[in-house]
Design a protein around this ligand. Sequence first.
Ligand code: GLU
Length: 333
Amino acid sequence: MKRIGLLTLIATICLALGLMVSPTPVVAKTIFVTIGTGGITGVYYPTGGAIARIVNKKRKEYGIRCTVESTGGSVFNVNAVMAGDLEFGVVQSDRQYQAINGMAEWKEKGPQKDLRAVFTIHPESITLVAADDAGIKSIKDLKGKRVNIGNPGSGQRQNSIDALENAGINYETDLTAEGVKAAEAPGLLQDGRIDAFFYTVGHPSGAIKEATAGRRKVHFVPITGVDKLLQKYPYYAKAVIPIKLYPGATNTEDVETFGVKATLITSAKVPDLVVYAVTKEVFDNFESFKKLHPAYEVLTKQNMLEGMSAPIHPGAMKYYKESGLDKYIPVMH
Ligand code: GLU
């Protein structure tokens, strides 16, 4: 006992001396960061995966361990990042705009002041898929039909409502609106439980492949006559769905519609070091990143800096300045 006591005393003294020599013991502490995405058959989920993969390659250097979470989509992601439950979120550009300005779902809560932009990613189009046997040739034909407009946490729900209103359709009274997650919609369409669904998504997407590859034949419905809508909302732009991506769809031509962009957001409360690392790794490994999903084919470093409406996080800005990419950042009005 006595001996052990002495050893303990010596050990304690050594430890104390050691601490005095090196006042900050180097303990490798892992920083865990999570990216909120969307349904697993969308493009957000593999996007989160692509970012995490690139960042995790430098795990030893940064001490950052990045993971991905499947969520209800853009609105959920903004709220989870603002609550500090997630560090990053993939969010539609229109939703970023609404959240920072206190509009739509954030009208009552007010502007989400801590919201910060990191970069923008692939284009997403407002995609309307309908069963061939339901007699839906134009968006106006949705009257009286059963249509999934999107779950409440999703980005697409408001896009569906905007598209319907623009076509003179009240989603509450003129049709039966369902609010299920996009990942469930293809199955419901194939089972004959809905006639059509909206999904704001990049192409190609697993959910749309699933919807167009079943026994019930389906097609994309063009959404045209949107000039007024585009004038009213600065975040919408015309878009086209390339039909070659979905050989199972019965369309014969590319489909006109309108769209937004996927963006990566974070909070002002997330440390600069973390946001810097994520930004640097994606841009420094841009060519490998682009290969991780076919929806990234159109990406350039320049267009990944276009379409942000929240202030850019200082950690991301540090990278843009040191790499000279800051010259591509459009001046915000
Ligand atoms: N745009 C959808 C949303 O914000 C998600 C699309 C996807 O997961 O690729 O909810």
